[in-house]
Design a protein around this ligand. Structure first.
Ligand SMILES: Cc1cc2nc3c(=O)[nH]c(=O)nc-3n(C[C@H](O)[C@H](O)[C@H](O)COP(=O)(O)OP(=O)(O)OC[C@H]3O[C@@H](n4cnc5c(N)ncnc54)[C@H](O)[C@@H]3O)c2cc1C
Length: 392
């Protein structure tokens, strides 16, 4: 079997014109300046929320266009088709999160149902992603978790409405042959999300995987939870959908734990998180007949590990249960090389009005300032590709 050469910048950036690549280089250079990004995310993105003239235009032309598919479903078709040309699938994500009222929740529900109808007509959009905070109040999820479900009648009814919304989404997805990945969020609400997702998997994953739970492997308890859920799935006769991520809220989690005087739920070191993540990948591949895995990461070593396990086990590399996924605008060198190598790989493509996707953009901008090997590596690869093209 031919080994994938992830340093092949020609394949990695084949889909980008010179102009697009130069723009990417500029953006990565800007984002690598911690102070600038902090300023942009703390002030610039707030300017949009406040309607300051020019701010929206600036964000739309820079980080929005880089990290998002478009302002609407229709807008995103160009991005979806571009990815499709290179055998890269799309996981569509309507960017709403952290809404507060029922009207917003119903709007998100309707938008998600519209995306499901759309995905059903597009084979390169096999899965959608959604956030429970797009259809339920954060404080309600917190209370449900804190009081272990013992809510006042009115709150219970509100929780049931959230359940019904999620159920409508999963049911529509099941009927239309589309998958639903449910994002993991912050620990004070994650038990409530887990409760809802488990119910959905039990109901809709009886014969095929429709619903995917997200496991944040930076949490100390999530490797055991993954193992426990497979046991539950086997006992109750459903299939497990498992999207593995490292986790996006580490700083906040640590801060809350310190302020609240409780032990941080996050592993102490990056190495511990990496070990748990890779152990999770091994576990899912060992049980791939019962678990549909999505390795949602930009970490090259975790992608290489999965390739190695697939090859060693003699598994069909494009088996429907063996999937890789990266965020749109990040780690193209992993995505496009995996696609070229014949593996199932998708980009997570958020879309929605600029104002709605601000929390997502803040996370991406902050993530890209973290001077880890992976981000620096991508910037360097863009520079290498520009150099290669100049020499031609
Ligand atoms: C397709 C896709 C979907 C995603 N969906 C979600 C989601 O639903 N929920 C969610 O929370 N995140 C989600 N993420 C984001 C993800 O959790 C990570 O923040 C991001 O992908 C960076 O991790 P990495 O595996 O790509 O690689 P790396 O860059 O190797 O890892 C960085 C991550 O390691 C962990 N880490 C860093 N330093 C330390 C430390 N000192 N101690 C312990 N751990 C540390 C943190 O989780 C950090 O984000 C998603 C990512 C992708 C690609």
């Amino acid at each position: 079997m031919g080994k994938i050469d992830f340093s092949d910048t020609q394949i990695a950036f084949e889909s980008k014109s010179d102009k697009e690549l130069k723009f990417m280089e500029f953006l990565f250079r800007m984002m690598s300046k911690q102070k600038l990004t902090n300023l942009a995310s703390s002030v610039g993105l707030k300017f949009i929320k406040w309607g300051i003239p020019g701010a929206r235009y600036f964000v739309e032309k820079t980080i929005f266009s880089h990290f998002c598919g478009g302002k609407s479903l229709e807008d995103s078709i160009i991005t979806i088709k571009d990815l499709e040309k290179y055998e890269v699938a799309t996981v569509l994500d309507y960017g709403a999160e952290g809404s507060e009222d029922e009207e917003d929740f119903d709007r998100t529900l309707n938008q998600t149902l519209k995306s499901i109808d759309f995905a059903a007509t597009y084979p390169s959009v096999p899965v959608l992603s959604t956030k429970v905070t797009g259809i339920a109040r954060t404080q309600l999820l917190k209370d449900y978790q804190k009081k272990r479900g013992n809510l006042e009648l009115e709150e219970l009814q509100e929780f049931n409405r959230a359940y019904e919304r999620l159920d409508k989404i999963c049911k529509a997805a099941s009927e239309k042959g589309v998958g639903i990945m449910i994002d993991a969020e912050e620990s004070p609400i994650q038990d409530s999300i887990d409760f809802l997702v488990e119910k959905m998997m039990e109901k809709h994953n009886q014969t095929k995987v429709v619903v995917y739970q997200t496991f944040q492997m930076y949490r100390r308890d999530k490797l055991d939870y993954l193992k426990k859920l497979l046991k539950d799935a086997n006992d109750k006769g459903y299939l497990l959908g498992a999207k593995l991520v490292r986790g996006a809220y580490m700083e906040k989690e640590r801060k809350w734990a310190k302020e609240g005087g409780y032990p941080s739920p996050i592993h102490t070191t990056k190495v511990d998180t990496d070990n748990a993540y890779d152990e999770g990948i091994r576990f899912c591949i060992e049980n791939y007949q019962k678990i549909a895995l999505c390795n949602a990461s930009h970490n090259l070593r975790s992608s290489e590990l999965m390739i190695e396990l697939i090859e060693k086990g003699g598994l069909q590399k494009d088996h429907a249960h063996l999937n890789f996924c990266q965020l749109y605008g990040m780690s193209d060198y992993i995505t496009y090389n995996l696609a070229k190598g014949g593996f199932n790989v998708a980009k997570y493509v958020p879309y929605g009005p600029v104002k709605e996707v601000i929390p997502y953009l803040i996370r991406r901008a902050e993530e890209n300032t973290t001077v880890t090997g992976e981000i620096g590596r991508e910037h360097q690869m863009i520079l290498d590709e520009l150099k290669r093209r100049r020499k031609k």
